[in-house]
Ligand binder design. Structure first.
Ligand code: NI
Ligand code: MN
Length: 225
């Protein structure tokens, strides 16, 4: 699988004929080196919660590519209101889609959607555990540390994308504790150095994380995994 980090919590992946993106905060993301015009044929979009640094360019991407959208019920119904089809899952729910299985995980956080009419309720914030072939990814979304993460050990996570920036989410020390609970094979830090309030040193996270391999992805970097 090809994996590309677009800064903040946004990752893009390619596997078989699938081109997925999660938390597509591209426009306005100071660390995202591309614009939405550089993306081609997005087939799947995952949105962890409604905050603009995650919901991002969802509407534009949906209008352009008509992808399969997977998010929570409230964000899905907002998209439906805009005549964009979307799957609205609930925390703890699991579903086998044609491409693989998706489970929505809890996240200790909040969720609102910015609209022209102001903020609206964005449902429960979450994360996703999703599989492509035999490959399992856990994108934690925006969350504080929670003991529930220990349960995800049983999901046999290959890659965990974990926030390390603090203030709105776990900081890097709590992220290391999260890794200890989840025990993924690989951890990729995210949600840091986008804004001054979430400054963090990913090398310090890597040094402290003795529980998995850490891959620090540069903004815009693409790897084969
Ligand atoms: Ni958030
Ligand atoms: Mn955020």
């Amino acid at each position: 699988m090809k994996l590309k980090y677009l800064g903040h919590s946004c990752f893009y992946g390619e596997i078989n004929n699938i081109k997925w993106i999660i938390d597509p905060f591209i426009t306005g993301n100071p660390n995202c080196p591309i614009s939405i015009d550089d993306l081609e044929d997005i087939t799947h979009i995952f949105i962890t919660h409604g905050h603009s640094d995650h919901f991002g360019d969802t509407i534009e991407l949906c209008k352009k590519f008509e992808p399969i959208v997977i998010t929570n019920v409230e964000i899905a119904s907002y998209l439906n209101f805009l005549e964009i089809p979307a799957f609205g899952m609930q925390i703890g729910g699991r579903h086998k889609f044609p491409f693989g299985t998706v489970k929505m995980t809890p996240a200790i956080h909040s969720s609102t959607i910015d609209t022209a009419q102001g903020n609206i309720y964005g449902g429960n914030p979450g994360g996703f555990i999703f599989t492509f072939d035999d490959f399992t990814i856990y994108h934690a979304g925006d969350t504080g540390l929670m003991t529930d993460m220990e349960l995800f050990q049983e999901d046999d996570i290959d890659i965990m994308m974990v926030p390390i920036g603090g203030f709105y989410t776990m900081d890097l020390d709590d992220a290391v504790r999260a890794i200890e609970l989840v025990k993924p094979k690989i951890s990729i830090p995210m949600h840091y150095n986008t804004f001054d309030l979430i400054k963090a040193d990913p090398d310090e996270f890597k040094l402290k994380n003795i529980f998995s391999k850490t891959i620090i992805m540069d903004f815009g970097q693409e790897i084969d995994i």
